[in-house]
Design a protein around this ligand. Structure first.
Ligand code: SF4
Ligand code: SF4
Length: 311
């Protein structure tokens, strides 16, 4: 059993308690306008292209089996619609201007990497976090990985968009200590327009988690994450509605994390040949006083504000 993984981040301190090994699964059913991991959206292998490293040798053009690469006086262009993700160009490029996005890995391979940091997990209360993309798209794989982690006494965290089937939850949640669940907006139209997530699907996932909690003596903690996207999710009305919803409908929530907007992903879009829809926004685009007002409004929710904060 293998899954396509696009990044493994060791010694991470932002995705759960303690030091963590964060595993990024490729493939996401949503298409959030602001996505900060565009390389995780497609479930297929892809390539980065960094024009500043390219020496214009043309080796990749000759190697490509489907003629997806063109070399002109303006440099290299990759036709992403024609590219089949064979990644042969990454093997022959002498300057590492083209690099792989996505590599198939087995549970055994991941466990070998995870276990290298076991002593750090033990001393820091850390563990493993799966994210993406949507790790819930790989239920058997994640379930097996988490089962192996639990056998080693390693804490497990599952980061999901909520767009996940009940059968996947049934396989993954019994081996999960912490669930990160995104609530970006509760407005059905906004949700569909900006993320592709039908709000009923998110509600179904929340109901499933609530019923798991009432029918099991041991159940995972939940942390809600809301990305503050200027002009889309950061208005008072949306944040107030989410705060009220958490207070009334999600009893096992431990924290609510408000993630400040940043534009650090712009370079990723450039290297994938895509224009980022929010390239007119900056790190200062979210009004921090509004975030403080929400924090004061819901003192019981343990609101943590993360990311870049400008005063
Ligand atoms: S990944 Fe394969 S198909 Fe795509 S551009 Fe490179 S060589 Fe061509
Ligand atoms: S092989 Fe690498 S350096 Fe040569 S043209 Fe292609 S991307 Fe540029």
């Amino acid at each position: 059993m293998k899954a396509l993984i696009f990044k493994i981040d060791r010694l991470n301190t932002h995705n759960g308690p303690g030091f963590r090994t964060v595993i990024y699964f490729k493939g996401c059913p949503l298409h959030c306008t602001w996505c900060h991991n565009p390389e995780g959206i497609s479930p297929k292998k892809e390539v980065w292209f960094n024009a500043s490293k390219c020496i214009g040798c043309g080796t990749c053009v000759e190697m490509c089996p489907v003629n997806a690469i063109e070399l002109s006086e303006n440099g290299i262009t990759i036709d992403r619609n024609t590219c089949i993700g064979c990644q042969l160009c990454t093997v022959v490029c002498p300057s590492e201007a083209i690099e792989k996005i996505g590599e198939e890995q087995s549970v055994d391979e991941l466990m070998r990497i995870i276990l290298q940091d076991k002593y750090l997990f033990e001393s820091s209360g850390g563990g493993v976090t799966v994210t993406g993309g949507e790790p819930g798209n790989h239920p058997d794989f994640v379930s097996e990985l988490f089962k192996r982690c639990k056998e080693e006494g390693i804490h497990t965290a599952f980061d999901t968009s909520g767009m996940v089937s009940e059968s996947a939850l049934e396989k993954i949640i019994p081996f999960t200590d912490l669930v990160f669940l995104d609530i970006k907006t509760l407005d059905p139209e906004q949700s569909l327009k900006y993320t592709g997530l039908p709000i009923q699907k998110l509600m179904g996932t929340i109901e499933w988690l609530n019923s798991f909690r009432t029918s099991h003596s041991s159940f995972p903690e939940i942390e809600i994450r809301t990305p503050l996207i200027p002009g889309i999710t950061d208005d008072n009305e949306n944040l107030f509605a989410i705060g009220q919803f958490i207070e009334h409908s999600l009893k096992q929530v431990k924290n609510w994390e408000l993630c400040m907007f940043n534009d650090l992903c712009e370079d990723k879009y450039l290297r994938m040949g895509i224009k980022w829809a929010l390239n007119d926004k900056t790190q200062n685009s979210v009004d921090y006083s509004r975030v403080l007002a929400i924090q004061n409004e819901f003192p019981a929710l343990g609101i943590a504000v993360t990311g870049y904060i400008s005063h």
